[in-house]
Write a protein that binds this ligand. Structure first.
Ligand code: SF4
Ligand code: F3S
Ligand code: FES
Length: 245
């Protein structure tokens, strides 16, 4: 046997159980099963594309970049929020069933697609942009490496909603700002160049703000960017407790 023959990997049939919902014809969501020939190193997104291309063109899901950057293909895979484009089939096991459904807590639109508007409403509400004191600077706004490090983790967010839609508080209370919006606020609250800290903290001091968090950690576990989401929420809580204004 040659070295090439020894290392050749063959495709395997894997069963995908997908929660489908087509509003024009379905009263309720239902499960459908597809058997797909995949390589262990294929991603769940590859399998979904194959199902759509070869078995059922009506299967609907979002995706864009295919490489963990755009944040559009967060879905619930085997009971856990993940990006379909970053989840290798071999990491889910080649023998069992792979269960795929839409993320929870946002209105279901079709198959794996949810209405993201409530999620982005919360994001917009925390003013996710640099607020300055109004004076045009004559040179770059400088900050030290330590000051930059204070919010480095939360700059990595791709707004995929995996955190917010894995939060049990958000499942029961859609008015909760949710972890992603708090991460967006954190990115500016701890930016030494920003002058909007007080207003953002006041927004999150709301009964639907940071105090709704029960430190469940689902958000940190779900984040495909490895952001310490719960820690960021705790830092915002502390900033509120110890603020001087
Ligand atoms: Fe996605 Fe992580 Fe940003 Fe939440 S914090 S939206 S899980 S990238
Ligand atoms: Fe929810 Fe994360 Fe807090 S899962 S309860 S926002 S720690
Ligand atoms: Fe862009 Fe997965 S398709 S993050």
């Amino acid at each position: 046997m040659t070295a090439t023959a020894e290392t050749r990997i063959e495709p395997t049939d894997v069963t995908f159980k997908i929660r489908r919902y087509i509003p024009e014809t379905d009263e309720e969501p239902h499960w459908e099963t597809y058997v797909v020939s995949v390589y262990p190193t294929d991603r769940v997104l590859d399998a979904l594309m194959k199902i759509k291309g070869e078995q059922d063109g009506t299967l609907t899901f979002r995706r864009s970049c295919g490489h963990g950057i755009c944040g559009s293909d967060a879905m619930r895979i085997n009971g856990r929020n993940r990006l379909a484009c970053k989840t290798l089939i071999k990491d889910l096991g080649m023998n069992g069933e792979i269960v795929v459904e839409a993320i929870k807590g946002l209105p279901l639109e079709k198959d794996l697609v949810v209405d993201m508007e409530p999620f982005f409403d919360a994001y917009k509400a925390v003013k996710p942009y640099l607020i300055t004191d109004g004076h045009e600077p004559t040179k770059e706004r400088l900050q030290s490496a330590e000051e930059r490090a204070a919010f480095d983790d939360t700059t990595k967010c791709i707004l995929c909603a995996a955190c917010t839609t894995s939060c049990p508080v958000y499942w029961t209370d859609g008015d909760y700002f949710g972890p992603a919006a708090i991460v967006a606020a954190h990115r500016f609250i701890f930016d030494s160049r920003d002058a909007g800290t007080e207003s953002r903290l006041e927004i999150l001091n709301d009964r639907e703000g940071v105090w709704r968090c029960r430190t469940t950690f689902n958000c940190s576990e779900a984040c495909p960017r490895g952001i310490e989401v719960t820690q960021a929420i705790q830092q915002v809580k502390r900033a509120l407790l110890f603020r001087r204004f």
